[in-house]
Design a protein around this ligand. Structure first.
Ligand code: OAD
Length: 247
């Protein structure tokens, strides 16, 4: 870590001077809280499970109980997890310098929020939220909390099924989320990308958008990512190691 001292010090100074800072986080942000990433070799979820089965509407329709159970287990993991030193450093910075930091996350856990960044922009939804799979065939707006227990729970009247409120492959991002994220990226003076492989778009394009708009772009990741070219500086390390030193 000694070779990182100078770049870390320089970036910390930039962050301290900046009027607008944007952090884009990915699964690596929560890895040290015990939540598995997607694409790390061996430990990543997509090295052991099939995203076509577990992260698409078609996969859910093909076997609803299996997909429901898989998410139920992940929900338990998220509820049991605690924000790590990286999340806490960002929460503390937001308290110390209100209005400066916007966190944009691809993560579906709530660890940024629990650490104090309540207005985090969530590009890929919220795993703890339930939503209906389909629009109601009878044109009603039913409360998802009223669904009848089951795997998955269902509407007692029309049979509509409940699914987790995450964005699956091929689906639109939550309304307004990408616009808000682009605004944060383009208006930031410093853009810090933490713990993402940069493999999933449109989130992966935010670093380049920030850079083209004049931001200084830095990446925190123990490994290389697909968007390293967008960065002015690469800090090889983990979120919990480096964010407390930067913020
Ligand atoms: P990935 O699993 O693709 O990438 C995780 C990244 O985190 C890798 O580049 C790792 O090197 C890095 N990493 C691992 N441990 C770390 C640590 N302790 N500190 C910092 N970095 C670490 O996860 P994402 O890029 O977030 O989609 O994946 C993007 C999307 O693909 C996810 O949001 C998910 C998935 O399918 C949805 O849930 C919709």
């Amino acid at each position: 870590m000694a070779e990182l001292e100078e770049p870390v010090r320089a970036l910390r100074e930039r962050i301290e001077r900046a009027g607008r800072v944007c952090v884009l986080s990915g699964a690596g942000m929560s890895a040290e809280s015990g939540i598995a990433t997607f694409r790390d070799a061996l430990t990543g979820l997509w090295s052991r499970f099939d995203p076509a089965q577990l992260a698409s509407v078609e996969g859910f329709r093909a076997d609803p109980p299996m997909v429901w159970d898989w998410y139920a287990e992940r929900r338990e993991g998220v509820r049991a997890a605690q924000p790590n030193a990286g999340h806490l450093a960002l929460g503390e910075f937001a308290r110390r310098r209100p209005g400066v930091l916007t966190v944009v996350t691809q993560n579906v856990d709530d660890l940024h929020q629990r650490a104090g960044n309540r207005d985090t922009i969530r590009l890929h939804g919220d795993i703890l939220r339930d939503q209906w799979l389909d629009g109601c065939g009878r044109g009603r707006v039913c409360d998802v909390a009223q669904a009848e227990d089951g795997r998955p729970p269902r509407c007692a009247e029309c049979g509509n099924q409940v699914r987790p409120g995450v964005v699956w492959f091929g689906e639109m991002l939550p309304p307004g989320a990408m616009e808000a994220a682009e605004h944060a990226a383009r208006t930031s003076e410093v853009m810090l990308v933490v713990g993402t492989s940069g493999a999933v778009w449109p989130a992966a394009g935010l670093a380049t958008k920030a850079r083209r708009s004049g931001a200084f772009v830095a990446i925190v990741n123990p490994h290389t990512s697909e968007i390293d070219d967008a960065a002015h500086v690469l800090l090889q390390g983990t979120a919990a190691q480096l964010l407390p030193r930067l913020f």
